[in-house]
Ligand binder design. Structure first.
Ligand code: PGA
Length: 247
């Protein structure tokens, strides 16, 4: 729930200008608030930067006042939707079961999914990180077919690192990403697990992005605060480009 119409438009325009074409090996997307999607889509036209929503309902369009349908996101040019963000889980009642319904609905109706998981500080301190993630993964991806995984990105966002300025160390993040990939391998088989992108999110900035992205199991970043400043966001994208060239 950030930006204004004006700042969302100018951010998008600055990102497009700063990128000046595509960066090999890097997919760039932005997920503005729903009311600004149409205006941001105009700024992104022809740039290769993809558009996503921050949430969607699993219901088909109809009498669900206040909700945003998957069809509506597609209609305004979204290819992606973020589902299960920790703020939706914490403050708006998105349970694993609801998130699973959203994931399946989005994929069935042609929207790609950034599926977020992450443990709370108390879980990490209590040694429960893996069991929390396992529950979120198995419930959130329930009934997903192997073919549908083509259109899913998993975003690991430790709740204690979101918007706090505290980042998981590259080693901590890598260890957890490796666990997630192992789980995906057991669920969908190794080749699929290797092809699924696992993004890290939680205080990613221009100056820590490269170290994180250089880790073998960290395939991308889901960026909050730093995406509100074009130069910070662009620095992260450039770091991803440097890592992609090294690979
Ligand atoms: P942050 O947010 O980058 O500000 O920590 C991440 C997120 O909200 O996904």
């Amino acid at each position: 729930m950030n930006t204004t119409l004006q700042s969302a438009q100018s951010l998008a325009a600055e990102v497009v200008k700063g990128l000046n074409g595509s960066i090999p090996g890097v997919e760039v997307g932005v997920c503005p608030p729903a009311v600004y999607l149409t205006s941001v889509a105009e700024k992104l036209r022809g740039s290769g930067v993809v558009l996503g929503g921050q949430n969607a309902s699993f219901e088909k369009p109809g009498a669900f006042t206040g909700e945003i349908a998957i069809e509506m996101l597609l209609d305004v040019g979204c290819q992606w939707v973020i589902l299960g963000h920790s703020e939706r889980r914490q403050f708006f009642g998105d349970t694993d079961e609801i998130i699973n319904k959203k994931v399946l609905a989005a994929l069935e109706r042609g929207l790609k999914v950034i599926f977020c998981i992450g443990e709370q500080l108390a879980d990490r301190q209590g040694g429960r990180t893996e069991s929390v993630l396992e529950t979120q993964l198995s419930a959130g991806l329930k009934n997903l077919t192997p073919a549908q995984t083509d259109n899913v990105v998993v975003a690991y966002e430790p709740v204690w690192a979101i918007g706090t300025g505290v980042t998981a160390s590259p080693e901590q993040a890598e260890e957890t990403h490796a666990f997630i990939r192992k789980w995906l391998g057991q669920r969908f088989g190794q080749p699929i697990a290797e092809s699924i992108r696992i993004q890290y999110g939680g205080s990613v900035k221009g100056d820590n992005a490269k170290e994180l992205l250089a880790k073998p199991n960290i395939d991308g970043a889901l960026v909050g605060g730093a995406s509100l400043k074009a130069d910070q966001f662009l620095a992260i994208v450039r770091a991803a480009g440097e890592v992609a060239t090294m690979a």
